[in-house]
Design a protein around this ligand. Structure first.
Ligand code: SF4
Length: 464
C-alpha cells in the first residue's frame, strides 16, 4: 500500500513567473493520499494542458479538481470540509467548475453530487480521460455527471507530464491490487491489478528524461507483482532492467514492493544494479504472525526479516522504510510487542504508522467485536513513533562525517540561495554553501557535516 503522503497541490513550475496566460484558464488540483494519486493529478494536468494551466491557489482557478483518498478516514473528512470552502468560493466567483476524482469518488459516486451542490462532476480512478468531456457537458448546461465505471484494460492518457522541471518523476506501471488485505479498500476503489505495457512505460520514461528527469520512481500498488497478468507472464525485474538501460536515467526507485512477491531475481537486481537506489519501502503492517494472518498479509515475520537480512548483508547501507498499522482488531499487547521487536531488529529509517480505522466495505470493518478502544490505539502509536524517532535519528547520525552521492533537486526550502537534493537512501540533504553553476539534475559527492530532525546537511566535496 502506498498511502503515506500528505495532501499536496500540484503547482506551476515557477511561482515567481506570472501564473496565467490569457488564452488558458486556471487549474488548481488538490491531491490527497498516495503517490498513485499524485501521478494521476500530473496526468490530469497533462490531459487538460491545451485549455488549462496550473495555478497556485483555488482563488486563481477556473477549474478545481480534488483527487481524493479513502484509505483513512481523515482525507474523506478533508474532502467535505474542502468542498464547503469551495462552495463559498463559488458564491464569490460564479463560473468556477469543480470536479472530484480519486478513491472516494470511485466509492461514493452520486452521493458526492447529492451531498455537495458545489460539485459539477465526479470521475473515478479509471476515468481520467473522460474529464474533458465531463467539463464540456457541464459547460453546455448539462446536469452534474458521475463517471465511475471500471475498466479491464489500461486507461490511455497522453504520455508525458506538465512542464514543471522535476528531476524525479513518478511513472505508474500498474493499477489496482489483487491482494485483498482485510483492512484495505484499494481493491474496491482501484479494481483488479492491471499492468501497463512495457513499451508504454519505456516511452514515458524516455519523455521524462528528455524533459530533464534523472530519477524515475516506478509506481504500483504492489509494484513487484508487475507483469503477472500478462500472457506469457513478465517479471518486474525484466521491466527494471529495461528502465535501467535507458540512457539518462541515473536513479531508479519503486514503491511499494509486497513482501510476498519478493523473489531472488528481484533481490539480485536491486543489490547489483548501480542505478537502483539503496532504499526499499517494504510495508510490514504488523510484526505479529497472528495479526498478519488476520490482515490476510500472506507472509510471516521470519520471511520479512529474512528479506531485510539478505538485502543488508549484500548492501550494508540499504535504508529500509515501512508502513505499520497499530491496534488492528484483536491486537494484543503481545502482538504489538512483536511489531516493536521487528522495528528494533530492522531499525527503519522511517515508518508511516497509523491507528487502524475501519473502512466500510472491508472485511476488517466487520470485526467490530474485536475493535480496540481508541486510547489503546493512540497510546501504542505514540510508543511506536517514539521508537521510530530514535531509529531515524540514529540512522541520520550514522551518515554524519561520511561522503554521499547526492542528486540535486533544486533550491532548498530553508534558503532558496542554496541547493538541496537526496541521497540514494532517500534522505534529503541541504547544502550549506552555494556552489556556482550547480544545476538541478547534477549528481555530486557531498561531505555530510550535520543533521536536523529528518534531514542531513553538507558541502559539495572538493574535486566532486
Ligand atoms: S490490498 Fe493490501 S497489498 Fe493491495 S493495496 Fe491494499 S494494503 Fe496494499
Amino acid at each position: 500500500m502506498t498511502d503515506h503522503t500528505e495532501p499536496s497541490n500540484i503547482s506551476p513550475s515557477n511561482p515567481a513567473e506570472p501564473t496565467q496566460s490569457p488564452d488558458r484558464r486556471g487549474l488548481y488540483i488538490k491531491t490527497f493520499g498516495c503517490q498513485m494519486n499524485e501521478y494521476d493529478s500530473q496526468k490530469l494536468a497533462k490531459i487538460l494542458e491545451s485549455n488549462y494551466q496550473l495555478v497556485e491557489a483555488p482563488e486563481q482557478a477556473d477549474l478545481i479538481l480534488v483527487n481524493t483518498c479513502s484509505v483513512r478516514e481523515k482525507p474523506e473528512h478533508k474532502l467535505y470540509s474542502l468542498l464547503g470552502e469551495v462552495r463559498d468560493l463559488k458564491a464569490r466567483k460564479p463560473g468556477v467548475m469543480v470536479g472530484v476524482g480519486g478513491c472516494v469518488a470511485q466509492q461514493e459516486g452520486q452521493n458526492i453530487v447529492r451531498r455537495s451542490k458545489a460539485v459539477d462532476f465526479v470521475f473515478g480512478t479509471h476515468n481520467l480521460s473522460l474529464v474533458p468531456s465531463l467539463i464540456a457537458h457541464r459547460e453546455a448546461g448539462g446536469l452534474p455527471q458521475v463517471a465511475v465505471d471500471y475498466r479491464e484494460d489500461w486507461e490511455d492518457y497522453p504520455l508525458g507530464f506538465p512542464e514543471d522541471g522535476r528531476i524525479s518523476r513518478f511513472v505508474s506501471i500498474s493499477r489496482g491490487c489483487n491482494k485483498n488485505c482485510t483492512y484495505c479498500i484499494v481493491p474496491t476503489t482501484r479494481g483488479k491489478e492491471v499492468s501497463r505495457a512495457p513499451e508504454e512505460i519505456e516511452r514515458e520514461v524516455r519523455i521524462a528524461v528528455a524533459r530533464g528527469a534523472r530519477e524515475i520512481v516506478l509506481l504500483g500498488q504492489t509494484v513487484n507483482s508487475y507483469g503477472l497478468d500478462f500472457s506469457p507472464r513478465q517479471s518486474f525485474v525484466s521491466l527494471l532492467r529495461r528502465v535501467a538501460d535507458i540512457k539518462g536515467v541515473e536513479r531508479i526507485r519503486f514503491t511499494s514492493p509486497h513482501p510476498q512477491e519478493v523473489r531472488s531475481d528481484f533481490i539480485d537486481f536491486v543489490c547489483e544494479n548501480p542505478k537502483v537506489c539503496h532504499h526499499i519501502h517494504l510495508p510490514l503492517q504488523s510484526g505479529s504472525d497472528r495479526i498478519l494472518k488476520a490482515m490476510n498479509r500472506n507472509y510471516r515475520r521470519h520471511r520479512f526479516l529474512a528479506i531485510v537480512e539478505e538485502l543488508r548483508t549484500r548492501v550494508p547501507d540499504m535504508a529500509m522504510t515501512t508502513d505499520i498499522i497499530v491496534a488492528f482488531p484483536g491486537e494484543t499487547e503481545e502482538d504489538f510487542e512483536q511489531t516493536l521487536d521487528i522495528m528494533r531488529q530492522v531499525r527503519f529509517l522511517n515508518s508511516f504508522s497509523f491507528v487502524f480505522s475501519p473502512r466500510p466495505g472491508t472485511v476488517a470493518a466487520e470485526m467490530e467485536s474485536q475493535f480496540l478502544p481508541r486510547e489503546v490505539g493512540f497510546e501504542r502509536l505514540q510508543r511506536l513513533q517514539q521508537l521510530q524517532e530514535e531509529h531515524g535519528r540514529e540512522a541520520l547520525e550514522s551518515w554524519v562525517g561520511k561522503r554521499v552521492d547526492v542528486l540535486i533537486e533544486g533550491p532548498s526550502s530553508f534558503d532558496p540561495t542554496l541547493m538541496c537534493g537526496r541521497t540514494s537512501q532517500n534522505i534529503v540533504i541541504n547544502l550549506t554553501a552555494a556552489v556556482p553553476q550547480l544545476e538541478p539534475g547534477a549528481l555530486v559527492s557531498v561531505e555530510v557535516t550535520g543533521m536536523n530532525r529528518y534531514t542531513l546537511s553538507g558541502t559539495v566535496a572538493s574535486g566532486a
